[in-house]
Design a protein around this ligand. Structure first.
Ligand SMILES: Nc1nc2c(ncn2[C@@H]2O[C@H](COP(=O)(O)OP(=O)(O)O)[C@@H](O)[C@H]2O)c(=O)[nH]1
Ligand SMILES: [Mg+2]
Length: 294
């Protein structure tokens, strides 16, 4: 996909297999009663699959917000309130500790009760409820499966009459989960959203130059969290038209200066990106509701 390497104006990055995964998810929907839609708390707008409803066709869904431990709760909560007002059932989780995961189970059981009432009205027997996890790359889908599965899981295997080779796992007495999540790519609306996704490894970061990514990180930190730049790098202003003094300050502060006071631009850029990905700037949220509503 070399031709997808992007410049500052081209964000039409679209993995070739995306149409195929969309089709596969659409096909599975007839077997699914509830969708667990996963987004990343540090980018609750950018990581959301905006057109998911066209795919899941009115099925009940729960919006699961992973990495809540890593986000700026004030900013993220504002966005989660916005989703709740739209009618979403929202569950923020920390998948490293498992905090709040049980809420997913109780909401699913409520949904199952409703489902089985409807079945009863039609003269059908009650049955287990079946769930599918859907979300962007790297938001925590696999970790969520492991959390939900825990030790109590049993592999159910294929259902008679279902030709497709699907694996179901029982995550609760009455809840079955499809063992492989649906991976979807968020629609890229603008350069900023694409860059935010790259910052959190939700789209291939190679499509952006490390200098572009690192400069974006400096810019957004200066705008939203200037005190963190001061703390970590000793920076109180940045002249983006002449970045060299800034890079030099960072290199010095982080011990990346070579003998003679020289430094390698690319190494400093990489260091910034690595610091960011390792959470060195503290809890962070890069989406802002105001920008979306503009
Ligand atoms: N701190 C923290 N890390 C998480 C959380 N959920 C997932 N991760 C980490 O995020 C990374 C990607 O998770 P993974 O489940 O592989 O994402 P997937 O690509 O959607 O399947 C892994 O390093 C996880 O440990 C969370 O709630 N908190
Ligand atoms: Mg995974």
């Amino acid at each position: 996909m070399e031709n997808n390497r992007q410049n500052s104006t081209n964000i039409n990055w679209y993995p070739g297999h995306m149409a195929k995964t969309r089709r596969e998810i659409a096909e599975k929907m007839s077997l699914i009663d509830i969708v667990y839609e996963v987004i990343d708390a540090r980018m609750p707008l950018s990581s959301k699959i905006v057109d998911i409803d066209s795919l899941i066709k009115g099925k009940p869904k729960i919006l699961i917000v992973t990495k809540y431990d890593l986000c700026d709760k004030k900013e993220t909560d504002t966005i989660l309130e916005f989703y709740k007002k739209q009618g979403y059932q929202v569950v923020p989780v920390d998948l490293l500790t498992g905090k709040n995961v049980s809420m997913i189970v109780s909401l699913t059981k409520e949904c199952m009760t409703e489902m089985n009432l409807k079945r009863k009205e039609k003269g059908m027997k009650p049955r287990s409820i079946r769930a599918l996890i859907v979300g962007s790359p790297n938001v925590g889908k696999s970790t969520l499966i492991n959390r939900l599965v825990g030790k109590k899981a049993t592999v159910i295997g294929n259902r008679p009459g279902v030709t497709k080779n699907l694996g179901w796992i029982r995550i609760h007495r009455d809840i079955e989960l499809l063992d492989s999540p649906g991976i979807l790519w968020p629609k890229l609306e603008n350069q900023k959203q694409a860059t935010i996704l790259a910052c959190f490894s939700a789209i291939r970061e190679e499509i952006l130059d490390v200098s572009v990514l690192a400069t974006f990180i400096l810019k957004i930190l200066m705008e939203y969290y200037p005190e963190r730049l001061l703390n970590r790098y000793g920076l109180d202003t940045i002249d983006f038209s002449d970045i060299e003094p800034t890079l030099s300050t960072i290199a010095k502060k982080r011990g990346a200066l070579a003998k003679g006071g020289e430094f390698d631009y690319d190494k400093v850029y990489q260091l910034i990106v690595r610091d960011f990905k390792e959470g060195m700037f503290g809890p962070i949220t890069l989406d802002r509701l105001e920008e979306r509503e503009e």
